[in-house]
Design a protein around this ligand. Structure first.
Ligand SMILES: NC(=O)c1ccc[n+]([C@@H]2O[C@H](COP(=O)([O-])OP(=O)(O)OC[C@H]3O[C@@H](n4cnc5c(N)ncnc54)[C@H](O)[C@@H]3O)[C@@H](O)[C@H]2O)c1
Length: 259
């Protein structure tokens, strides 16, 4: 039988911002599936029955698919995906971008089966997705891809699947992804607390009218960022306007897409 409480998957839920999101959702009465590549037995234990750990590598489609299936088997519903896992390493394009793409594909599949089809997806990008940080070009690219992916899918997901997708762009947050030396080098007033990220996640999960939003989270503030514009007016806009036959070939019948 399906759980009576709403169910969220929080990837990267065993550390940093993910922990904050998990704790907040548990407090609000959600059942939370913590999906992380690294276990954190103490954390899951202190949350009691409302949270469970599912080992998962978001960079690997099969690993995410297995985790979604286990969560579905346990709760019989999936109301939200908080696609928050991220890292700075050699696999960062796979974890930080493809992890969000795979999660979205799987969320669509399982959210269609909810008793009321649909749900919410929130992904963690970064301010470096908007203004690149020259120290991490590959990270910037992966996070910018998350922002563009969210903007590209939001309208269709809302209209066809009743799924709202949004993304959060945090500034510097003191978590294990940031070396202590860097935290020491940044003046405290430029740091963003985990609570700002949690508040933005909460807003996206609570407010069904929000979709396709890119939300900069900086210090204690949230800002909705406008989509960028092209310089050559309708001539350039035409290049990014849907042409139905191509849309059908690539989105409706993806098997027709060249390998
Ligand atoms: N801390 C910052 O300043 C900052 C700023 C902007 C964006 N971000 C993003 O915020 C998100 C959360 O990071 P954080 O700062 O809380 O860092 P964190 O290291 O504390 O937490 C990240 C979590 O993701 C998990 N993870 C990493 N790769 C994974 C994978 N392939 N599959 C499953 N789980 C995986 C880790 O085990 C960890 O529990 C990330 O997407 C990160 O890129 C962080």
């Amino acid at each position: 039988m399906a759980s009576s409480a709403p169910v969220a998957i929080v990837t990267g839920g065993n550390s940093g911002m993910g922990m904050g999101i998990v704790e907040r959702l548990v407090t609000k009465g959600w059942n939370v599936a913590i999906a992380d590549i690294n276990p954190n037995a103490k954390f899951a234990e202190q949350l009691g029955d409302a949270a469970s750990f599912f080992k998962c590598d978001v960079a690997d489609y099969d690993s995410q698919a297995q985790m979604f299936q286990q969560v579905w088997d346990r709760y019989g519903r999936i109301d939200a995906l908080c696609a928050n896992a991220g890292i700075v390493d050699k696999r960062q394009i796979m974890s930080n971008f493809k992890g969000v793409v795979y999660g979205t594909q799987l969320a669509i599949h399982f959210m269609r089966k909810n008793s009321t089809p649909g749900g919410k997806i929130v992904a963690t990008a970064s301010v470096a997705a908007i203004v690149p940080h020259e120290t991490y070009p590959e990270y910037d690219g992966a996070k910018a891809a998350v922002v563009n992916f969210v903007r590209a899918t939001a309208r269709i997901l809302k209209d066809k699947e009743s799924i709202s997708i949004n993304t959060i762009c945090p500034g510097i947050v003191h978590t294990s992804i940031i070396p202590q030396e860097m935290v020491d080098a940044v003046s405290p007033d430029c740091m963003t607390p985990v609570s700002t990220i949690v508040a933005a996640y909460e807003r996206c999960l609570d407010d069904a009218s929000l979709f396709g939003k890119v939300i900069e989270c900086s210090t204690d503030k949230q800002f909705e960022l406008e989509p960028p514009t092209l310089a050559n007016g309708h001539y350039s806009v035409r290049a990014v306007t849907v042409w139905e036959p191509l849309f059908k070939m690539w989105v409706v019948c993806p098997d027709a897409m060249p390998d």
